[in-house]
Design a protein around this ligand. Sequence first.
Ligand code: NDP
Length: 395
Amino acid sequence: MSRVLIIGAGGVGNVVAHKCAQNPEVFTDIFLASRTLSRCEAIQKSVLELQGRMIDIRQIDADDVKATTKLMEEIKPDLLINVALPYQDLALMEACLAAGVDYLDTANYEPPDVAKFEYSWQWAYDDKFKAAGRMALLGSGFDPGVTNVFCAYAQKELFDEIDTIDILDCNAGSHGKPFATNFNPEINIREITQNGRYWENGRWIETGPLEHHVDFDFPEIGTRRAYLLYHEELESLVKNIKGLKRIRFFMTFGEEYLTHLRVLQNVGMTSIEPVEFQGVQIVPIQFLKALLPDPASLAENYTGKTSIGCLIEGRKDGKPKKVFIYNNCDHAACYREVRAQAISYTTGVPAVVGATMMLKGHWKKPGVFNMEEFDPNPFLEELAKRGLPWHVQER
Ligand code: NDP
C-alpha cells in the first residue's frame, strides 16, 4: 500500500503515471501535479483509457516550496517522483524535508541562469535527509540511472577489476521532423552545446563541444557515430566504481540534427542570456523551445530503436574481459503501450523501478544516494519485468 506524488506532466511524467498505474500492488494511490492542469488532465484521460485506473491530478508550481509542502501535507504521499525539470530539484527536496516525504528524481540540479550541472548542490542535502530519516534517490532515469546500475552490476558480478567504462547512448529512431529534441529542448540543447569532459587517471579532461567522436556498432542497429559529451553520471561513478582508470560518455547525433544545431548556435538562438525584443526581455533558448515540437508529440509517428549501454573493460580471473551491457527499446512499441516515444519510456520506467525499490524496502536508508550505491540485482530484475529487458554482450 503506497501513495505516490508525481511532479511534472511532460513526456516522462506521462510514462511514470502509466507505469505506476500498471502496478496497483505497489502504487495504490497515484497523484500527478504539474504547472499546467490541462496536461495533467490529458494524462489522466489516457491512463484511464489504457490502464483502466483513475489517477488524481493537481495544479502546482513546484518552485514554490510552501505550496508543494502544503500539497504533500494534504495528500500524504510516501514518495515524491520529480519528473519536472532539473531547475525544480532543490525546491522539491526542501518540500520533501518539510513534509517528511522520500524523494526521487531523474536529472541533477541545474541553476536556470548558468548552463552547468553537478551533484554538489544535491549532495549537500545528505546530512539533512539523514537527520530527518528520509531518503533521496538521485538520477533514476536511464542515463543517469540504469547506466549507473549496469556499472554496479559489472563491478559486483562480472569483473574483478574494471579499467574503463564508455557509456554509449544511441537513438536510431526517426520522427520525420527536420529538427526536434527527444526531451525538454531547453535542457537538451544546454547539455549538448557545453564543453565535453571525461575523466582519466584521476583528473578531468575538457574538450570542445562535440569535438571527439567514435564509431560504435550498436546491437541490432549497426554502426553509428557517437560524440563525447559531459554527462552527470560520470561524477558519481568516478567516486563509486573502484580502481577505474577512465570513464567517458558518448551520444549519437545525425548530420541533419548537427547542422540545424550549428546554425541555431551561430545565430544566437541557443543562448541563455536574455535579450530585449520590442521592449520585452526574452531568453533565446526559451523562445526556441516554444517553436520546436513538444517531445511528447513526436511519439505517434516515431519508428526505430534506441540502444543505450555501458562498454566495460577490465579483468576477471586474471583474463582480459570486455562487455557491452545494454537495452534496446522500440519507439513504436512504447507508443502502443503508453502513448510515448522511447526516450520518455526509457526514463520513466527506471523512475518507477527506482520508486518500487524504495517502496518495497529493497533500497531504503536515510540520506542522499546515487543509483550505483545500492544492490543492482533487484533493480535489474524488476527493470526487465517492467518493459526494459537488458543484455550482456561479450565483445
Ligand atoms: P517536459 O518538458 O516534457 O516536461 C516537464 C514537465 O514539468 C512539464 O509538464 C512542465 O510543465 C513541468 N514543469 C516545469 N516547471 C514546473 C514547475 N515550476 N512546476 C510544476 N511543473 C513544472 O520534459 P521531459 O518529460 O522530457 O523530462 C522530464 C525530466 O526528465 C527532465 O528533468 C529531464 O532532464 C529528465 N530526463 C532524464 C533522462 C534520464 O535518462 N535520466 C532522459 C530524459 C529526460 P508545463 O507543461 O507547464 O511546461
